[in-house]
Design a protein around this ligand. Structure first.
Ligand SMILES: Nc1nc2c(ncn2[C@@H]2O[C@H](COP(=O)(O)OP(=O)(O)OP(=O)(O)O)[C@@H](O)[C@H]2O)c(=O)[nH]1
Ligand SMILES: [Mg+2]
Length: 307
């Protein structure tokens, strides 16, 4: 399956919801009443695009529809207009420079409980292996019982190295060992799976700082990437989480996991817009291959295409 089809499949629920409701809203309306655009605005807000962005988009779509005299019955044309408007918005959100790289390249995965950090670590391992790189996973979630085993199962499937300690151990010690192992074995990428931490738990945030310091002691440019994993189902709540994490630690990017399970795919847009942190990957399923680098063009296209 090509990348576009994977986006389309992953965004299936969001697309069905949005396209269905746009069809309902516009079909049979030749003269656009203000109510139609108010409803469009509501629909975009429901899709978790955020209030400001939804307002903006609805206005721009209204102007473009009227200017081009598009009939509400021409669903493809209406969708096309919304899609183009969205795409224009998205372009501005993701124009970022590539993150710094290192040898080994060290990536931290952080976020609150259950968002998809461990699964994303495994998917990223696959992503790098596909590029011909060797990977070592660091099981720095020493908090939850069975966390090391969970990562171990992935490592076995991926046939990659894993470094872990016992539950309750100091996660910084895991980082230290993982980085020395990666260096002596010549591994290209170290993926650090961390424990789920509530953003309002001060000591956990301090623990994260310590992990960063230990990594930086080994290589002053490490960690090269700190990816905040968010669950797309949390909608606008994710923005609040992201904001607090961003204050506590330097984030280089976001991963929006579980986009396939939500009808609120628009959350990608509002998070990027409000935080100024680029969305680097989206999770589109539970399997190892269900991670895609975020591509705004494909995203807008896949979200607003009629089958
Ligand atoms: N549908 C879908 N499920 C996902 C995705 N990413 C993760 N999951 C599922 O979400 C659940 C939690 O994933 P984990 O990777 O264990 O989450 P975590 O953040 O490591 O959780 P804690 O370590 O407990 O904080 C699992 O059942 C995963 O299969 C995704 O992109 N799509
Ligand atoms: Mg985990």
């Amino acid at each position: 399956m090509g990348v576009f089809d994977r986006f389309k499949k992953g965004l299936g629920r969001s697309r069905e919801n949005l396209v269905g409701k746009v069809a309902e809203l516009f079909t049979g309306r030749e003269n656009y009443s203000p109510e139609v655009f108010e409803s469009l605005e509501e629909l975009l807000i429901e899709s978790d695009l955020g209030v400001d962005l939804s307002l903006d988009l609805a206005e721009k779509v209204e102007a473009r529809l009227k200017k081009n005299k598009v009939s509400g019955d021409d669903l493809d044309a209406v969708l096309g207009l919304i899609r183009d408007t969205l795409r224009d918005e998205l372009r501005g959100l993701t124009a970022t420079k590539e993150p710094a790289t290192g040898s080994p390249h060290v990536i931290f995965l952080v976020g609150v409980n259950g968002v998809g950090k461990t699964t994303t670590a495994a998917k990223l391992a696959r992503h790098y292996q596909n590029e011909g790189k060797t990977v070592l996973m660091a099981a720095a979630d020493t908090f939850r019982a069975a966390a090391v085993e969970q990562l171990g199962i992935w490592a076995e499937r991926l046939e990659c190295d894993i470094v872990g300690h016992k539950t309750g151990a100091d996660p910084s010690a895991v980082i230290y060992d993982a980085l020395s192992a990666a260096r002596s074995r010549g591994r290209d990428v170290v993926l650090v799976d961390t424990a789920g931490r509530l953003h309002n738990k001060q000591h956990l945030m301090e623990e994260l700082s310590k992990m960063r310091r230990v990594a930086a002691r080994e290589d002053e440019t490490a960690p090269h990437e700190v990816l905040l994993v968010l669950d797309a189902n949390t909608g606008q709540n994710g923005i609040q989480q992201a904001r607090v994490f961003k204050e506590a630690t330097d984030l280089t990017g976001l991963v929006l996991a579980k986009l396939d399970g939500t009808a609120k795919g628009g959350v990608v847009l509002s998070i990027g817009r409000e935080l100024g942190v680029p969305v680097r990957y989206v999770g589109l399923g539970e399997g190892l291959d269900d991670l895609e680098p975020f591509d705004p063009e494909l995203f807008a296209e896949a979200l607003l295409t009629r089958e």
